[in-house]
Write a protein that binds this ligand. Structure first.
Ligand SMILES: Cc1cc2nc3c(=O)[nH]c(=O)nc-3n(C[C@H](O)[C@H](O)[C@H](O)COP(=O)(O)OP(=O)(O)OC[C@H]3O[C@@H](n4cnc5c(N)ncnc54)[C@H](O)[C@@H]3O)c2cc1C
Length: 379
């Protein structure tokens, strides 16, 4: 398609955030055009670890995460398939007493939000999870958390958005944006102009650059979480696993392969490329084998990385721009936005069309100071 399109809403970015936003605009019968530089789900949304967890999140994210969790549970009714979402629980492991105290603090706060979280002392860990390594101090377990298949979820949202009337254009990189009397004029390559009254910046790690095109400074740095997957082992690890502090995360898919990650690879934002690093993969394997010793028997069949934007306080930037009327941001998910994205789309649409959302975004808005108290998150 070449030429010029006039629409109500333009969305930059076809990750899960952009596609879920497009779907909900379509459901409200609002014309919208989504521009994706590559393919929908080509970056973080399609290559991430697939962890769907509320556990360990910063308190500011909890209202959004709870709404997202409800939506994961009925994905089949939203996009016609469940995205392989399974509520397997999430086990968060403490390596020492300090980490155990972190788990306790979080569980206490989370209980006030009605999040179910069970604290498990060291002596019950091996009997309950016989595949777990020895020497851990404690763990906490959230039964409502789980996992999903990132490869299929974003295309499901993109397909449903299209079916319901959204225009989703792939292979269209937005290269400039200017303000007009009607709103915004976006120029995309190759050969397309889109004029819209409202603009949604869902450009992931490129969100800072999109904001800068309109003169707004919203800092984020690109990171590249480093991932691996093993050959299939007999299936036994039901929960999604993470550590109480920085460290590995690990899940076994029903085919038996163990998907795990930790640390960072390298990233070149301009060329839109990233790669896993051998040294990172090696230390991730070592730690993963301490958590699940049986993994030492398996071959690693693939490593990869994905590009993600990380903000100074590790929290996403969601909501109306404080300097440009009609501009809404949703980026900087800092390594944990896959779980949130199905709720981010509907909340953004409520903000644009209704002027408010019942889901609190306090602490996440573009206007926040970076002093929001954050509980360090694991993926
Ligand atoms: C390896 C890895 C593991 C992760 N694990 C988890 C996890 O287990 N659980 C979890 O909740 N989160 C996880 N995350 C984070 C999660 O994947 C992201 O927070 C989430 O997918 C962000 O979605 P998004 O739509 O904002 O960004 P993206 O999926 O990155 O989409 C942004 C899109 O914008 C497009 N774009 C950028 N600039 C332009 C432009 N100028 N014109 C047109 N299009 C443009 C890009 O091509 C891209 O497709 C992980 C991330 C990575 C990388």
């Amino acid at each position: 398609m070449a030429g010029r399109i006039l629409t109500e809403v333009a969305i930059v970015g076809g990750g899960l955030v952009g596609c879920s936003t497009a779907l909900h605009f379509a459901r409200r019968r609002v014309p919208c055009v989504l521009l994706e530089a590559e393919r929908c789900g080509a970056h973080a949304s399609g290559v991430n670890y697939g962890g769907i967890r509320i556990q360990g999140r910063a308190l500011a994210e909890l209202p959004l995460a709870e709404r997202a969790r409800r939506r994961w549970g009925r994905l089949d009714r939203i996009v016609g398939a469940d995205g392989e979402f399974r509520a397997t629980g999430h086990l968060r492991i403490a390596r020492d007493e300090a980490e155990a105290a972190t788990l306790e603090r979080w569980a206490l706060e989370a209980a006030r939000h009605g999040v179910r979280c069970e604290l498990l002392p060291a002596e019950v860990l091996r009997s309950r999870f016989p595949w777990l390594g020895e020497g851990f101090a404690a763990a906490s377990y959230c039964p409502d958390d789980g996992q999903a298949n990132p490869r299929i979820v974003t295309p499901l949202f993109a397909r449903t958005a299209r079916e319901e009337g959204a225009t989703i254009l792939e292979g269209r990189a937005v290269v400039s944006i200017e303000r007009t009397s009607r709103g915004f004029l976006l120029r995309a390559e190759p050969e397309l102009e889109v004029e819209a009254r409202v603009l949604v910046n869902a450009a992931g790690a490129w969100g800072t650059a999109i904001a800068a095109m309109l003169g707004e400074h919203l800092p984020s740095e690109p990171i590249a979480p480093n991932m691996l997957v093993s050959e299939p082992l007999p299936f036994k690890i039901e929960p999604n696993i993470g550590m109480a502090g920085p460290g590995i995360y690990l899940r076994q898919v029903p085919s038996g392969s163990v998907v795990f990650g930790g640390g960072r690879g390298s990233v070149d934002l301009e060329r839109r490329r990233c790669r896993p690093l051998f040294a990172t993969s090696l230390s991730t394997i070592e730690e993963a084998c301490r958590v699940v010793p049986e993994l030492a028997r398996a071959s690693i069949i693939r490593t990869w990385a994905g590009i993600e934007g990380r903000t100074p306080d590790d929290l996403p930037v969601i909501g109306p721009s404080t300097v440009v009327p009609g501009l809404f941001h949703a980026f900087g998910f800092s390594g944990h936005g896959f779980m949130l994205a199905p709720a981010v789309g509907i909340v953004l649409v409520e903000l644009v069309l209704d002027g408010h959302s019942a889901t609190s975004l306090e602490g996440l808005s573009p206007s926040r100071s970076t002093s929001v108290p954050a509980i360090p998150a694991t993926t």
